[in-house]
Design a protein around this ligand. Structure first.
Ligand code: GLP
Length: 244
């Protein structure tokens, strides 16, 4: 595990964008796993800048998003679909057919999970997965649990997550209670993983992810078992980390 501590949110975002751009330069048909939430917004902004000013080419890149709310239409401004197009896809030269996001409106959600997992496999698996982290240690929407959920599945969101994400909605009642999320196995099968965290409110979750026991009660702790994972943190999120 590599841990990179940056002074600010901006430099954390730039470092992540640089690593992702490096991956695309080395392998133009890279398969990316992408995350939502407020944390990666700076990284997406920087990647858009690199596309516009430095010709970073996304024409052969394939992307799979980690998760999506159940019951929100693609055009709902709170869907992760909408988020991804607004913050990233509309501003780069990615091909629409190379973008994969779970369909939270699917009639048969179980079948949708299987379908999603199957496409990831058919494409050869994820080369580089970007992750954020919830205050309760969730990655994607893998909430604290009694066991690590293996592949893409339907999740019942924790009260804490519903509360945290309610800031984007008009009221807490509007926050979906369910989501589709890649599972821990899907995430752990990625060849490389970069986890981003910013702000003091993530410091404890980061500490437990790095030093804590590997337990499904703290989903991010499983990353200790991955052979190529990099945490890029700002100073505040790294508050409890001591580097020698
Ligand atoms: N499903 C997403 C996660 O993928 C994200 O990492 C997390 C943290 O979000 P934020 O970056 O806004 O703190 O929240 C959401 O619930």
């Amino acid at each position: 595990m590599r841990i990179i501590i940056e002074d600010s949110y901006e430099s954390m975002s730039k470092k992540a964008a640089l690593m992702l751009a490096g991956q695309i330069l080395l392998k133009p048909d890279t398969i990316l796993g992408l995350a939502t939430g407020s944390t990666p917004i700076g990284m997406y902004k920087e990647l858009v800048r690199m596309h516009k000013e430095e010709d970073l080419d996304f024409s052969n890149v394939v992307t799979f998003n980690l998760d999506e709310y159940v019951g929100l239409d693609k055009n709902d401004k709170n869907s992760y679909h909408y988020y991804m197009f607004q913050n990233f896809f509309n501003h780069i030269n990615i091909k629409k057919e190379n973008i994969y996001i779970p369909d939270g409106m699917a009639q048969d959600l179980e079948e949708e999970c299987k379908r999603y997992e199957r496409i990831i496999e058919e494409k050869g698996g994820i080369d580089l997965q970007i992750l954020g982290i919830g205050k309760n240690g969730h990655i994607g929407f893998n909430e604290p649990d009694l066991k690590f959920e293996a592949t893409t599945h339907v999740v019942k969101l924790d009260e804490e997550t519903i509360m945290a994400n309610s800031r984007f909605f008009n009221s807490i009642a509007e926050v979906p209670r369910f989501a589709i999320s890649m599972g821990i196995k899907t995430i752990m099968h990625s060849k490389k993983i970069i986890l981003l965290a910013s702000g003091e409110e993530k410091a404890e979750a980061i500490y437990k992810a790095i030093y804590g026991p590997i337990v499904p009660k703290h989903p991010a702790s499983v990353l200790q078992l991955h052979p190529d994972v990099t945490f890029i943190l700002d100073k505040d999120a790294a508050k409890f980390i001591k580097l020698r």
